[in-house]
Design a protein around this ligand. Structure first.
Ligand SMILES: *Cc1c(COP(=O)(O)O)cnc(C)c1O
Length: 340
């Protein structure tokens, strides 16, 4: 079977369930990182007392490589993702990998696995991960001084393979994501959002929970929140309480260039409900790029957002970003780096 066929088949599977056959691996011990190597993907062997299993010393990144119109493969904003990855490591008291090392691990791995990069609308999802491996359940209050850093790749299709379906969100004022880890891309935040998200799905049929502690919009379990209209984009200003999305940042820069007013500030639930009468709302993140919101559930009432459909301005923003990623529009911001 040809490689192209293998990748084509992978795209028919659920998002993020198929992996390229190689990974990049480096270890940290006795105060130093080993040089990384590229090896076959296979299970790791780890002591059952490894720090990560007990004390959640784990962080990750999610970024994408895109096959361009001319066939070459480019990675999108790798430097920004590496910066965030290192920040996450620091906040979790894990050994901080050198930016150059992570860059080389991603670029050499992708170069070797370039055949795994699907054509548009597919992409090659890149997942760098760092975990604490110190075998010590006694280190409950201390950091892991041993770590494993690896990068795996997953060929993915369009997140919205069934078309751009509008999302339904529950606005939740009481619960929130792990408060001290808001800026850290760590499994703990996902674990913290899971229960609320599942309960909301059962009760209201919602796709995601929009956390709004004390009546102010924060983000969902895995995506940033934006209000979009013909002339404006409004989103929460950066603070340590939530994850600073690279997609969010990219959309704000593209929006500004389109002539939209960019407002980064607090958004109250009241303002959101007023906005929803005419404006559009969307969720941003690397995997789905930009998901349009069709309705909100708040205090047992359902509110339609705009027309209730995936918004026109939202679709326009999504295309503008995707066009840069796939090399259809000029990369004036310098976000792409050629790998293969
Ligand atoms: C990864 C993530 C996002 C989106 O970030 P991008 O860089 O745009 O992919 C938003 N919120 C949380 C909690 C995340 O973990």
């Amino acid at each position: 079977m040809s490689m192209t066929q293998t990748v084509e088949d992978a795209l028919k599977k659920p998002f993020g369930t198929v992996y390229a056959d190689k990974m990049a691996v480096a270890r940290y011990k006795d105060g130093v990182w080993t040089p990384f190597d590229i090896q076959e993907v296979k299970p790791f062997e780890m002591h059952p007392a490894a720090h990560v299993f007990h004390y959640s010393s784990t962080c990750f990144e999610g970024l994408k490589c895109h096959r361009q119109v001319d066939g070459s493969v480019h990675v999108f904003r790798l430097d920004r993702h590496i910066e965030r990855f290192r920040n996450s490591a620091e906040r979790l008291c894990l050994p901080i990998p050198d930016a150059d090392q992570v860059d080389a691990m991603v670029c050499e791995l992708v170069a070797e696995c370039a055949d795994w990069a699907p054509v548009f609308p597919g992409s090659l999802y890149v997942r760098p991960t760092l975990i604490g491996t110190l075998p010590s359940i006694g280190a409950a209050a201390g950091p892991s001084t041993e770590a494993l850093l690896f990068v795996i790749l997953s060929p993915v299709g369009d997140y919205f393979s069934g078309g751009l379906r509008p999302l339904k969100l529950l606005v939740e004022e009481k619960m929130r994501t792990a408060p001290t880890l808001g800026m850290v891309k760590t499994g703990g935040n996902y674990a913290a959002a899971l229960y609320a998200t599942r309960k909301a799905r059962e009760k209201y049929g919602t796709d995601q929970v929009l956390f709004a502690p004390d009546g102010f919009i924060q983000e969902t379990g895995a995506a940033n929140f934006l209000m979009i209209s013909e002339d404006r984009i409004v989103t929460k200003a950066l603070d340590p309480s939530f994850l600073h999305g690279v997609t969010r940042d990219s959309l704000l820069k593209i929006g500004a260039r389109m002539g939209k007013e960019i407002e980064e500030r607090e958004i109250s639930v009241d303002e959101l409900l007023t906005w929803a009468k005419t404006g559009e709302c969307a969720l941003s993140g690397t995997a789905a790029v930009l998901g349009g919101v069709g309705s909100l559930v708040y205090r047992e009432e359902t509110y339609t957002v705009g027309t209730g459909d995936y918004g026109d301005e939202t679709a326009k923003m999504r295309s503008a970003l995707v066009d840069i990623q796939r090399g259809k529009a000029e990369d004036t911001f310098g976000w792409l780096k050629r790998i293969s």
